[in-house]
Design a protein around this ligand. Structure first.
Ligand SMILES: [Zn+2]
Ligand SMILES: [Zn+2]
Length: 180
């Protein structure tokens, strides 16, 4: 992994794993320096760690509670609906150029409100962007016309609009990278 601390290797003395006293090893935990065997070693962004230290070292950025999912989903959906409504009016080229910045902005909003990142927020945000791209323009029309559009073609056009599809793909890519 990028930026990982070098694993400590001690080749002079034979060490034995703290959890498996019979197993010889050359590696130590990068935090407590206990010798650990390859079975026990846990790969973390800061090097190999013993199972205990791997738990301690887990970044709170990636530990989520239910309220983080709820807040993240609400924020992502709200911003995505507005973004989707706007993007649908931009035309394909503008949508293409603005997709990644908008995706980054949506991820930023999720990150600012939850102060979290990680796989589940990535999925929530990706789904929200997709929903927003479809539902946003429909809601926009509904608000300006004072009711849900009855013409089924309008729904289809929203879904099969190349600009919106491009926007969804690029925006999701940017948002996922931002929440990694
Ligand atoms: Zn340790
Ligand atoms: Zn071991």
């Amino acid at each position: 992994m990028a930026g990982s601390a070098p694993e400590r290797i001690d080749s002079d003395t034979v060490m034995y794993c703290v959890n498996h006293p019979k197993r010889e090893t050359l590696i130590r935990c990068s935090r407590c320096l206990d010798p650990i065997c390859t079975k026990c070693a846990v790969r973390t962004p800061v090097g190999l760690r013993c199972p205990k230290c791997a738990q301690v070292g887990r970044s709170p950025l990636y530990v989520l509670r239910p309220q983080h999912y709820v807040v993240g989903a609400l924020v992502a959906l709200a911003v995505s609906l507005v973004a989707g409504a706007i993007v649908a009016r931009l035309g394909m080229w503008l949508a293409f150029f603005l997709a990644a910045p908008i995706g980054g902005l949506i991820a930023e909003a999720v990150n600012r409100t939850t102060r979290k990142r990680g796989r589940i927020l990535q999925i929530i945000t990706a789904v929200a962007i997709g929903l927003g791209a479809f539902a946003g323009p429909v809601i926009w029309v509904a608000i300006s016309a004072g009711g849900l559009p009855t013409n089924p073609m309008l729904y289809l056009r929203t879904l099969l609009n190349l600009g919106s599809l491009l926007y969804v793909v690029l925006a999701i890519g940017a948002a996922v990278a931002r929440l990694n």
